[in-house]
Design a protein around this ligand. Structure first.
Ligand SMILES: [Fe+2]
Ligand SMILES: [Fe+2]
Length: 303
């Protein structure tokens, strides 16, 4: 855990809730054919992922959660953070609508997004069910949340599919960490077996997503080290969680997450950034900005 360690360079994680450089975002991502060898390797990677998920990781929202054991007197701060998580997961239509066009000619990545989308769809449903069944939110409040979410459209934080696979890898590990840390807080707040189970099931999905996207980034590093490092460098130096900035009270929501010790700068550095550097057999210097403006420069659309 990050507690007790010195605070690191906070530029590694954006502190404001604005999206990184939205002005460069475009739906018309230039299509560049990818190396057939790498396309084949990605297809195989996806099949392994899919076969394993079908056999070992499918779960059922109704049947696999002890819904009768929701704790109705849990600290309301937990419900506030769960509402934020639920809202971020609810942007799924935008995530899929924007990500799939970038990779429509890459079967492994496109089919992965279809599978990923199915798995992600369960997350907001399970979080929403907990908010309702615990009595922490009413049907009206959930309807308002849904309305808020769909009144703002999420857009790609990065302008090319190579950067987006790097972003998704980082985002999945960071998301896993949010859910893992929140689950660890539950006992101190009186416990909630239903929420504990929901967070466990969802965290397993997020960790497995991270693992897939990490393998994908490793393949791209093998195929085009410099091009992939260039995108990864931009992503890790400008990382922000998706969609939080679109929500009402986004700063308050970010603060609530920090106050519960669920996610902060040091956690990002020690438990997301450093493990990724290690897992990809990189050095931190590989990801250091070459110039302070590097992440601000538009890059050519790259697959
Ligand atoms: Fe999720
Ligand atoms: Fe995920």
């Amino acid at each position: 855990m990050a507690q007790g360690r010195p605070s690191r360079d906070k530029r590694i994680l954006r502190s404001d809730p604005e999206p990184p450089f939205p002005e460069r975002v475009s739906m018309s991502i230039a299509y560049q054919p990818e190396n057939p060898e790498i396309l084949h390797k990605i297809s195989l990677l996806f099949r392994d992922y899919f076969d394993h998920a079908e056999k070992k990781r499918r779960w059922n929202i109704r049947e696999d959660v002890p819904w009768g054991q929701c704790n109705r007197s849990l600290n309301p701060a937990i419900a506030d953070v769960m509402e934020t998580f639920c809202a971020v997961e609810m942007y799924l239509p935008d995530y899929l609508a924007k990500l799939i066009p970038q990779v429509r000619a890459n079967r492994g990545r496109a089919w992965m997004l279809a599978t990923w989308g199915y798995e992600e769809s369960k997350h907001s449903m399970a979080f929403g069910d907990w908010l309702l069944r615990s009595g922490m939110r009413s049907d009206e409040q959930m309807a308002d949340l849904e309305k808020t979410v769909f009144s703002h459209e999420w857009d790609l934080p990065w302008d090319n599919a190579r950067a987006m696979v790097c972003y998704t890898m980082v985002q999945e590990l960071a998301t896993w960490l949010h859910y893992y840390n929140l689950r660890e807080q539950l006992a101190a707040e009186g416990g909630d077996p239903a929420l504990h189970r929901v967070l466990t099931l969802v965290a397993i999905d997020e960790r497995t997503h991270y693992d897939f996207f990490r393998r994908l980034v490793a393949l791209y590093l093998e195929d085009d080290r410099e091009g992939t490092l260039e995108q990864l460098r931009r992503v890790v130096n400008g990382f922000a969680m998706p969609a939080v900035h679109l929500l009402a009270d986004s700063r308050k929501r970010t603060q609530e997450v920090k106050d519960l010790r669920v996610f902060d700068y040091d956690m990002y550095y020690y438990q997301v950034f450093e493990p990724i550097v290690k897992a990809l057999a990189l050095r931190k210097t590989d990801l250091r900005r070459h110039s302070p403006r590097e992440v601000m420069l538009p890059t050519a659309a790259r697959v």
